[in-house]
Design a binder for this molecule. Structure first.
Ligand code: GDP
Ligand code: MG
Length: 163
């Protein structure tokens, strides 16, 4: 199957936009244990000749903020379990949120390559705004715009190096 890369992060940061930009082929994966389709999207992609599977998490939750956060935690933990590398996406428009901090806390304990991707950096001004994401304690970050494609190449270059 090759390496598995999971995209995690709170809703609306642009995970699905990024996923859709990268994948060539969608796969519906049925959970062997529960027999239900998992609430995640799988796709195949490749970069610099290296193939990998991508998991787009989220896009599922209805209910209170509380349920919502638990569901995100669950998706992050699942992704951590099955992925070889993790892209943690955040949104420069909204800046750092409490939910970002919760996800960062989970990821800081994980011994897998993790890439902090600051999305919606559509212009140079937003590049400077991205600096606040250092506060998540995950070190260096990659800035990108999933809508116009800028910055995605740098992130993918770094990603495929660890696969
Ligand atoms: P998800 O919930 O994390 O999967 O986020 P989506 O991919 O559904 O995107 C949420 C919203 O952000 C949509 O309105 C997208 O068009 C928008 N969006 C995604 N990427 C970008 C980006 O790079 N720049 C801007 N300005 N908007 C974006
Ligand atoms: Mg989505």
């Amino acid at each position: 199957m090759g390496a598995i890369v999971a995209i995690v992060g709170r809703p609306n940061v642009g995970k699905s936009t990024f996923f859709n930009r990268l994948i060539q082929r969608r796969e519906a994966i049925v959970d062997a244990v529960s027999g239900v389709t998992r609430d995640r999207h799988y796709g195949k992609s490749d970069w610099n000749g290296k193939e990998f599977s991508l998991i787009d998490t989220g896009g599922y939750v209805l209910g209170s903020d509380d349920v919502f956060e638990k569901e995100i935690d669950k998706q992050v933990e699942l992704a951590i379990d099955e992925a070889d590398a993790i892209i943690f996406m955040v949104d420069v428009e909204s800046g750092v949120t409490g939910m970002d901090e919760d996800v960062a806390k989970l990821l800081r304990r994980v011994d897998k390559p993790t890439f902090l991707a600051v999305n919606k950096v559509d212009n140079a001004k937003r590049m400077a705004d991205a600096v606040e994401f250092y506060s998540l304690g995950l070190g260096e970050y990659y800035t990108l715009s999933s809508i116009n494609g800028s910055g995605t190449g740098e992130l993918l270059d770094a990603l495929v190096k660890v696969l």
